[in-house]
Design a protein around this ligand. Sequence first.
Ligand SMILES: *Cc1c(COP(=O)(O)O)cnc(C)c1O
Length: 397
Amino acid sequence: MVYLDANATTAVDPRVVDKMLPLFTETYGNPSSKHGFGEAAGAALRRAREQVRALLGAEQAAEIVFNSGGTEGANAAIMSALEASPRRREIIISAVEHPAVLALCAWLEKNKGIRIHVIPVDREGWLDLAAYKAALSERVAVVSIMWANNETGVIFPVPELAEQAKEFGALFHTDAVQAVGKLPIDLKATEIDMLSLSGHKFHAPKGVGALYLRSSVRFKPQLKGGHQERGRRPGTENMPGIVGLGAAAELAAAHMDDENVRVRALRDRLEQGILAEVGQCVAVGAGAERLPNTSTIAFSFIEGESIVLLLDRAGIAVSMGSACSVGSFEPSHVLTAMHVAKEAVRGAVRFSLSRDTTEADIDRAIAAVPPIVAKLRAISPFGSQEGAPQALDQAHV
Ligand SMILES: *Cc1c(COP(=O)(O)O)cnc(C)c1O
């Protein structure tokens, strides 16, 4: 199988697994315990916190709070900000946020009367900076804008947005789940107050992540319990997961520059290979600044779901739009916000690469996609078929 769905999740790096295994059966102490087992666990916890601090360029290791991942981080950040400044009853988000932020804000608007400003993006995926500035005021408790989009890879100028939020005393949170491990981050040089990350998007296990909390932020934990994570996230620490997260952070920091060059070249070859062979399709967000590993291609007049199915039968795993919208028949909110043409938005397929992606994987994908698109277009029930005969010719089907 060729796996090109890294933005949904990645394999745990075998070197990460090696570091985790002893935590299950040997150094399985509770870091709160006062004996040797506890001390060993405490040392492992400190090491992991330092590894994550280094990857983020945070000032202090104590600013890293381990948790269960991106969804928890975003919920904790936004809920805390509202509780910390009860007179501020507005939130700013972008139109292309992950459901972790979108669903919470929809709930807050409906049930708590919080006003949500949704900042639009343009055709390429760039954020509307004028609309963002216009929405900022002293009524805003928190801005939550993602660093990089999971469906398109488009990168937002988050450090600049954070500076502008500061002028109004609003807290700034970024869902950096897709950015961490792929983009160089130096938090101490920014005004970002809170950042969420998730291990399983960069070769650590699922169900572990971290929330960065700048030391100046007054944090209001939503979970009440013990003193773990300085009371900011009570509950006995997920030690194997946390050690895995730390190891993955260290590997990402060490290999990011080289890997980005390699992965970007593979992604560009894949994208150009498909665009050259298939008519009536566009690379979504290709005109904006993008993550090096992501390519979403919208194929007109066919269903992304059918492409995903046939590629799976051909041994290639990709996803349509976002894995989070699987099971819903709604077209992707991200591509809709980007005004991707109606006949193309349903035909969007996301290819996302990782450290594990090889040249051979890309060769197979480039060979597999054109005949599948041609086959589907030949039986497509949609209107215009202008591009189909040409695509059929090219694919020799
Ligand atoms: C995967 C993802 C999340 C959710 O992270 P979990 O750890 O799976 O909860 C949030 N935001 C973005 C951009 C993601 O890609």
